[in-house]
Write a protein that binds this ligand. Structure first.
Ligand code: UGA
Length: 454
């Protein structure tokens, strides 16, 4: 998030010098090379235009901090993996280290009066974090202003989202610092899309935004299960309900389950914040969004097993798609990792094909004994994965998996997949990118999440 955001600021504000600091030498070298450490549409082009002009990269954390008027903190805050509230609370140790780094760099130079900086928190942080930041600065005699400016970009569309954001949120107790940050964004974002608020509301808005998006997916997935039972089609239901402008059509695609580094983490963090505020009922409410997602993933595996005569042992399953969504190599928290792990536990042989995710990532995300299992392999094409398979499971909505396809030249050839598969040939579409009726005409036994399996 830091790299693309700063590249866009550099592009839109040519008179502003932007310096990206990272403790990792290899990350900084990658940003300076033709192979950027982040793959996003349009990013390479953007970075090439501004690199060396007003966008610079360094592992030196002191000088750029001392010279800056505004410091954006964009470090990761993954879920805690061990200790108290592991899995729920955010691990803010990298974030705190960055804040302490700013404190020690600026303390040496005074850090008050003209040495006062505007410190902008872009990292997704627990509600109330700004008070911790202020406590660290105060304890070091520093008067830096703190601004919360959460990021709402989505992976795969980061540059487009940054160039044309739906809104920019600026929360601060210091109106001068808030104006400084708002003025920066106003260079390319219409003023009516820049929302000024207090710091706590800004921090809270980020968590609630992701929780509401995740909740929509869990709600439509909940409906998808009932649709299958009563013979309705969740696609039709989503179109009908989404036509109401109060509901809207976005984020109503039923799926095998949401993934990505943010939704699960932020929803559980919100649940944790509620419980920490002695509001356990609220914690349970938010957490049910994640529980529904877990249920949907498990249900997908059970559906496969039930259709395939109650046993997956010794059967070959081709998994098409492993990324948490299309157009990214990111597989963090992907539903595919859960499904693959469970298929291996059922003693199926699993062959994964994904156009972008490498084998090392597949194995790491599946994890444990299953990730290292010889029953798990990775194929270079969908045809190779499906060869002699008993079933195909579509777990990411890559365009090449669509059927019928808009571009037949790069699409999966389902009739030839069918011919090469063991019969009966099953297909389980966890992303609703195929027309089940048409697949049945080829000969497949086809299941699509949210549609009756007739
Ligand atoms: C999400 C939010 O959409 C961003 O606004 C936010 O800034 C970002 O998290 C963040 O906090 O950093 P992202 O995780 O990149 O962005 O991906 P999304 O496009 O939101 O998709 C998340 C998951 O939900 C994917 O697995 C996707 O396939 C799934 N999804 C999405 C559905 O299953 N159905 C839908 O209708 C939409």
């Amino acid at each position: 998030m830091g790299g693309p955001t700063m590249a866009v600021i550099a592009k839109r504000c040519p008179d502003v010098n932007v310096v990206i600091c990272d403790i990792s030498d290899s990350v900084i070298k990658a940003w300076q090379s033709p192979e950027l450490p982040v793959k996003e549409a349009g990013l390479q082009d953007l970075v090439t235009q501004v690199r060396g002009k007003n966008l610079f990269f360094t592992t030196d954390l002191v000088r750029p901090v001392l010279e800056a008027d505004i410091i954006f903190v964009c470090v990761d805050t993954p879920p805690k993996s061990c200790g108290d509230k592991a899995g729920y609370a955010s691990d803010t140790c990298n974030f705190e280290r960055a804040i302490r780094g700013i404190a020690s760099a600026t303390k040496a130079a005074g850090g008050a009066g003209t040495g006062r900086k505007t410190v902008v928190v872009k990292s997704t942080v627990p509600v109330g974090t700004w008070r911790i930041v202020r406590a660290i600065f105060n304890a070091n005699g520093l008067e830096h202003s703190i601004v919360s400016n959460p990021e709402f970009l989505a992976e795969g569309t980061a540059v487009a989202d940054l160039l044309d954001p739906s809104r920019v949120l600026v929360g601060s107790e210091c109106s001068k610092a808030a104006s400084q940050v708002a003025d920066l964004y106003a260079r390319w974002v219409p003023r009516d899309r820049i929302i000024l608020t207090d710091t706590t509301s800004s921090e809270m808005s980020k968590l609630v935004a992701n929780a509401l998006l995740a909740q929509r997916i869990s709600s439509i997935n909940c409906a998808s299960i009932l649709c299958e039972r009563v013979g309705a089609d969740v696609g039709h239901v989503a179109r009908a309900v989404g036509a109401d402008p109060r509901i809207g059509k976005a984020f109503l695609r039923a799926s095998v389950g949401f993934g990505g580094s943010c939704f699960r983490k932020d929803v559980l963090n919100l649940a944790h914040v509620c419980r920490s505020a002695s509001l356990p009922e609220l914690g349970d409410y938010w957490e049910s969004i994640v529980q529904m997602n877990e249920f949907q993933k498990e249900r997908f595996v059970c559906t496969m097993s039930t259709h395939m005569f109650g046993s997956l042992r010794g059967k070959r399953v081709a998994v098409l798609g492993f990324a948490f969504k299309k157009n990214t190599a990111d597989a963090r928290e992907t539903a595919a990792a859960y499904v693959v792990r469970r298929l291996l536990q059922e003693r199926a042989t699993v062959v994964v094909y994904d156009p972008m995710v490498p084998e090392s990532t597949v194995r790491a995300e599946v994890g444990g004994d299953e990730g290292a299992s010889p029953l798990l392999t990775v194929a270079a094409t969908a045809a190779e994965a499906a060869n002699a398979a008993h079933a195909v499971a579509i777990l990411t909505e890559w365009d090449e998996f669509r059927y019928p396809s808009e571009d037949a030249s790069c699409a999966v050839d389902y009739p030839s997949l069918y011919r090469a598969m063991t019969k009966p040939a099953f297909i389980f579409d966890g992303r609703r990118v195929t027309n089940a009726e048409m697949l049945r005409k080829i000969g497949f036994v086809a299941y699509s999440v949210g549609s009756a399996a007739t």
